[in-house]
Design a protein around this ligand. Structure first.
Ligand code: NAD
Ligand code: LMR
Length: 333
């Protein structure tokens, strides 16, 4: 029995993500919360012949608390998406408050739930959830995750395109570490399960790294003002949520890159800080998942000189994104 909750369930990501969770037989209860339209989305999904009982909630009558009661996994795609010309950080002002309020609901109603944060800017919204949980005395760094899976999914797809065989995409795995915005997205292509063609030029290699780092911009531009990635994000969000659910149910050996507080595994976190040469509180690293959340934070492995440079280049922006939460929290926490 697993109860999953989607906060922001009527949105561009929320609806297809809820569909994918409803389609997964491991989920037996699915609560959908949004400020609009969840009764309709829930009624629609509830006709699908899979085990999950689906209920939609709106803010009146303590809807958020009711949605969250007994939750084990809470996924948050609530918030405003980018338009062309915006950075993810430009979303901070509005999404910080949305995430804070939802995190307050989780901290007071389902403090033991695993929280999967999709809302941007992930490099800051994850620290916001953590600060809210600290304020309520329920912070457990093992249970709060920034969802960076879309970067991993993009890397699999783009690498298989370069290899020239898209049918490989589901089996190509590339660790993507750092954070979730521009240069903080660091693909470790040297560790791809399927090596790049040895004939790849330096320019094409650089272009591939850039495409993974700025894949979000590609979609924002193509949608031309109508938002950012929704369907690929729903796919990626469901993939990560299912890993979390399988780990929760006792499946062993599940490892995925995710943006976590490095205190979630003190020795692994400290070793990672040494590896990256910076005492950051958060970083996206390969994380082993278990029934209580983070089991261990893994090393980034052997990096090429180019990958070491990419990690170095990621650090200033990551630091700023994380620090911003500390600097501004008196305004909104
Ligand atoms: P959207 O506008 O289509 O949907 C957002 C939903 O959030 C809407 O239904 C809205 O009503 C709801 N919402 C707003 N305030 C709320 C509140 N206080 N409580 C509950 N629900 C609320 O946007 P989208 O395209 O689904 O994107 C959502 C977020 O996900 C954006 O911040 C976007 O940048 C982010 N995103 C992250 C990734 C990632 O890789 N982590 C990928 C794509 C998008
Ligand atoms: C993405 O990577 O597609 C998301 O973070 C959305 C965005 O703003 O690019």
């Amino acid at each position: 029995m697993v109860k999953a909750v989607v906060l922001g369930a009527a949105g561009g990501i929320g609806q297809p993500l809820s569909l994918l969770l409803k389609n997964n037989p491991l989920v037996t209860s699915l609560s959908l919360y949004d400020i609009v339209n969840t009764p309709g989305v829930a009624a629609d999904l509830s006709h699908i012949a899979t085990p999950a009982k689906v209920v939609g909630y709106l803010p009146p009558d303590d809807g958020l608390k009711k949605a969250l009661a007994g939750a084990e996994v809470v996924v948050i795609p609530a918030g405003v998406p980018r338009k062309p010309g915006m950075t993810r950080d430009d979303l901070f002002k509005i999404n910080a408050g949305i995430v804070r309020d939802l995190a307050t609901g989780i901290a007071t109603t389902a403090p033991k739930a695993f929280v999967l944060v999709i809302s941007n800017p992930v490099n800051s919204t994850v620290p916001i959830v953590a600060e809210v949980f600290k304020k309520h005395g329920v912070f457990d760094p093992k249970r709060i995750f920034g969802v960076t899976t879309l970067d991993v999914v993009r890397a699999s797809t783009f690498v298989s395109e370069i290899i020239g065989d898209l049918s490989l995409a589901p089996s190509v795995t590339v660790p993507v570490v750092g954070g979730h915005s521009g240069v903080t997205i660091v693909p470790l292509l040297s560790q791809s399960s399927h090596p790049l063609p040895s004939s790849i030029s330096k320019e094409d290699h650089e272009a591939l790294v850039k495409r993974i780092q700025f894949g979000g911009d590609e979609v924002v531009k193509a949608k031309d003002g109508a938002g950012s990635a929704t369907l690929s994000m729903a796919y990626a969000g469901a993939e990560f949520a299912v890993k979390i659910i399988k780990a929760l149910k006792g499946e062993k050996g599940i490892v995925a890159p995710t943006f976590v507080n490095l205190s979630a595994d003190k020795s692994g976190g400290d070793a990672l800080k040494k590896e990256i040469g910076k005492d950051l509180d958060y970083f996206s690293a390969p994380v082993e998942l278990g029934p209580d959340g983070v089991v261990s934070i893994r090393s980034l492995g052997t990096l090429t000189d180019n990958e070491k440079e990419l990690v170095k280049a990621a650090i200033p922006e990551l630091e700023t994104n994380i620090e911003k939460v500390r600097e501004t929290q008196s305004k909104y926490l």
